[in-house]
Design a protein around this ligand. Structure first.
Ligand code: ZN
Length: 250
């Protein structure tokens, strides 16, 4: 058996090295980072923008462009402008955003582009249900900040595989509505209400497919120290790599 297995391992090692080399040589992807708010505005948005830009630079996986004002968002989400991007990242956006064409925007994602959402991204477009269906859940409410120990539901996924069992995080924990577990692939959840302890199902990060597009959402990211934590940067980079199609998995 050993004589048969050995060449197989050598061949696998070679293929592994080849795929790594191919990834490293690939041109960086381009992400549009959107931080326009029409409701509550998080003070941690500049920290999130800086962090997303920095991990893109460090990893070489992607570069970023920003849409911070209504004018920038309108100009950068026309069909023509979107052609320059591989994905978009909604960073604690809130309210009804002035996209150039919101239906065309969702169609662009479904054609095979990445959508990433952080924290209040689910507090966005409450009046435009196709957006809520695309992101996979809707912010309902939160209570005071609290420490949770999320369950890692897919230990192989690039966004959470670095997390050890029993890891904990203090943040503002969102309670979702308009959530259907059958429509998403949950990565992190807790099985009791973060503040009251009442049993239930509370999803905190998930992925889903929107047509040929890949959607990643994490409810974490209210606090600066969460956004700057090593585990969270790996969580974001893993989610971004997956949504951009650099990594596999669901
Ligand atoms: Zn918040």
């Amino acid at each position: 058996m050993k004589t048969i297995l050995l060449p197989a391992f050598v061949a696998l090692g070679f293929l592994g090295a080849l795929s790594v080399a191919t990834t490293a040589g690939a041109a960086p992807k381009k992400l549009l980072v959107v931080s326009v708010t029409k409701g509550f505005r998080h003070e941690s948005i500049p920290t999130a923008e800086r962090t997303i830009e920095a991990i893109g630079k460090e990893s070489g996986v992607y570069t970023v462009d920003f849409a911070r004002t209504d004018e920038e968002l309108q100009a950068k989400t026309t069909e023509k402008a979107l052609a320059a991007y591989d994905g978009v990242f909604f960073v604690s956006t809130t309210g009804d955003l002035p996209l150039a064409d919101r239906d065309a925007f969702l169609a662009w994602i479904a054609k095979g582009h990445a959508f990433l959402g952080m924290h209040a991204a689910t507090d966005t477009f409450h009046g435009y249900r196709p957006f809520i269906a695309m992101i996979g859940g809707e912010f309902d409410y939160h209570k005071q900040q609290v420490r949770v120990e999320p369950k890692v539901e897919d230990p192989k996924h690039p966004a959470v595989r670095h997390l050890e069992a029993g890891f904990g995080v203090l943040d503002e924990i969102y309670i979702m509505k308009s959530f259907d577990k059958a429509r998403v692939h949950v990565l992190l959840s807790v099985d009791k209400h973060p503040n009251t302890g009442e049993p239930g199902y509370f999803p905190l990060a998930w992925t889903r497919q929107e047509g040929k597009g890949r959607v990643f959402y994490t409810a974490f990211g209210h606090r600066d120290d969460v956004i700057e934590a090593d585990w969270y940067k790996k969580h974001l980079l893993g989610g971004i790599r997956w949504a951009l199609g650099v990594d596999g998995g669901r």
